[in-house]
Design a protein around this ligand. Structure first.
Ligand code: ZN
Length: 360
């Protein structure tokens, strides 16, 4: 049943993505996959619909990191130690949310250092120690931590618990259906992640639950303001300049939130090969739309964007590569502590300001 639920969730997300792509680069990918597998979505979705007909199973509405479904039945035991409990978070995003919600009550340990690529990060023996020693392990889910999925699903609690299927993106990558883990550019999903974390922390620390809930509420309000301000700024970019080209496909939720078409030569996970065809498609798009600037990311190699520039130049078009210290987009990591962009709100604001400055 759970497998069927996950399948229908995935397929629903995929169909929604296909139908809502617009001028998004995914159009190309989606069309490719449709051409290869024209019957898949219709047949299987109908099939699964029949199987679920008449049931009111809420599971079909949501996408979970696989473990979270079973964990959601388990309450986290209240912490009884005398020192502050240790919360191990996989990424800078997790550490930031825990800090916002419960900084005074916990010690935070992080696994993937700021600037490292979570898709590719291989856990070291000391990371496994951090996981088994922690009083609570929190991770993203949606297979963002691509090389650590099994251990995290055994030991951890996912930010991405009970996400509505119609808000979770998915796309075809090299013939596989991949869930898009970059949900932090979607306000509703990020608020859900904050609320899930608040729930986990409150279960661990029942006496701090009121403070944690208040912190979550205040933070969620700040997020709303930030998204509104971001929308206003991005709306100031003229429509014919409004295209975001990034190294890997991390900005689909951002695209949907702010109505800005995105394109990337590499797929959702940096684990995939970058095909020459995808580079050529991106270059053709840049030249056709006369896109002023393309952006490097802090977690991937900027050389790829230079290749795009060279290929565009060969077609007689000059595009700027926005890169270098302080001039890169944050996609999959916040900045190291103490540097600009070391918390989610600053990171997001940096991205928006950088995009507006270079595309307007
Ligand atoms: Zn990514």
């Amino acid at each position: 049943m759970k497998k069927i639920s996950l399948l229908v969730s995935l397929l629903m997300a995929f169909v929604l993505l296909v139908s809502s792509c617009g001028t998004n680069s995914n159009e190309t990918t989606s069309e490719d996959s449709e051409a290869k597998n024209p019957e898949i979505e219709e047949v299987e979705i109908e099939d699964v619909k029949d199987k679920n007909a008449g049931t009111e199973d809420a599971e079909t509405e949501n996408v979970d990191a696989e473990d979270a479904e079973t964990e959601s039945d388990n309450t986290i035991e209240a912490y009884t130690g005398s020192d502050k409990p240790v919360i191990t978070g996989t990424t800078t995003f997790v550490a930031d949310i825990v800090k916002v919600l419960a900084e005074d009550f916990v010690n935070i340990d992080m696994i993937i250092p700021a600037g490292d690529d979570p898709h590719l990060y291989e856990p070291k023996p000391q990371d496994l120690q951090k996981i088994t020693d922690a009083d609570l392990v929190i991770y993203h889910g949606l297979h963002f931590e691509g090389k650590m999925v099994d251990v995290l699903e055994n030991y951890g609690y996912a930010l991405a618990k009970d996400f509505p299927a119609d808000r979770v993106g998915a796309m075809d990558q090299d013939g596989d259906l991949i869930i898009d883990p970059h949900f932090w550019f979607d306000l509703e999903l990020y608020q859900l992640a904050v609320n899930n974390t608040a729930e986990y922390l409150s279960q661990l620390l029942p006496e701090a639950a009121d403070t944690i809930a208040k912190n979550a509420e205040e933070y969620n309000e700040q997020l709303v303001v930030m998204f509104e301000e971001s929308k206003e700024k991005l709306d100031s970019i003229p429509e014919d300049s409004r295209y975001l080209i990034t190294p890997h496909d991390a900005f689909n939720y951002f695209s949907r939130s702010f109505d800005i078409p995105v394109m990337a030569p590499q797929g959702i996970s940096t684990d995939s090969e970058v095909a020459n065809k995808d580079i050529q498609n991106t270059v053709d798009f840049i030249v056709e739309k006369e896109i002023k600037a393309v952006f490097a990311e802090t977690t991937t190699d900027p050389a790829r964007m230079e290749k795009l520039k060279e290929a565009a130049a060969a077609q007689g078009f000059d595009v700027k590569v926005v890169s270098g210290e302080g001039q890169e987009l944050f996609s999959d990591s916040l900045a190291p502590e103490g540097q600009p962009g070391d918390n989610f709100i600053d990171m997001f604001t940096h991205n928006v300001d950088l995009i507006v400055k270079n595309l307007k």
